[in-house]
Design a protein around this ligand. Structure first.
Ligand code: IDP
Ligand code: MG
Length: 138
């Protein structure tokens, strides 16, 4: 069993897609271990996106991610990290296949609805930023 971090980004919350996105993970058989609606601080954004802070797109990404509430989820199951990434689709909506979350709902690269940890190591690092051990069930 693996646990991964999923964020339903502010565009997903604004577009009333929280339920639609969570439904996909539930229908697949993945389990929710933690869930919260909150606004990301600038400090948390810099830690969460440590690999991207020096990139040209980061100021736009940070403003978007901290600008309105998002939903953070800890999602568990066999191979949850790679499974969630497959269900999300490619980063650029033009490359994401129909049937994936981004492929079905997103048209803009920054506003691509979901974040999912990209490796078990990233998942452990990111989950510790977003959830305390006491906030995770199972
Ligand atoms: P990922 O979310 O698929 O793992 P990353 O490369 O880790 O993609 O990028 C993190 C987030 O930064 C993306 O989901 C997207 O919101 C944003 N992003 C990535 N590349 C670009 C870009 O070239 N322009 C604008 N935003 C980008
Ligand atoms: Mg990434």
């Amino acid at each position: 069993m693996e646990t991964t971090l999923v964020l339903i980004k502010p565009d997903g919350v604004r577009r009333n897609l929280i339920g639609a996105i969570i439904s996909r993970f539930e229908a697949k058989g993945l389990k929710i271990r933690g869930m919260k609606l909150m606004q990301m601080s600038g400090e948390l954004a810099d830690k969460h996106y440590a690999e991207h802070v020096t990139k040209g797109f980061y100021p736009e990404l940070k403003a978007f991610m901290t600008g309105s509430p998002l939903v953070a989820l800890a999602i568990a199951g066999p191979d949850a990290v790679s499974l969630v990434r497959k269900m999300m689709g490619a980063t650029k909506p033009a490359d994401s296949a129909p049937g994936t979350i981004r492929g079905d709902y997103a048209t803009i690269v920054t506003e691509n609805l979901v974040h999912g940890s990209d490796s078990p190591e990233s998942a452990a690092r990111e989950l510790a930023l977003w959830f305390t051990a006491a906030e995770l069930v199972g």
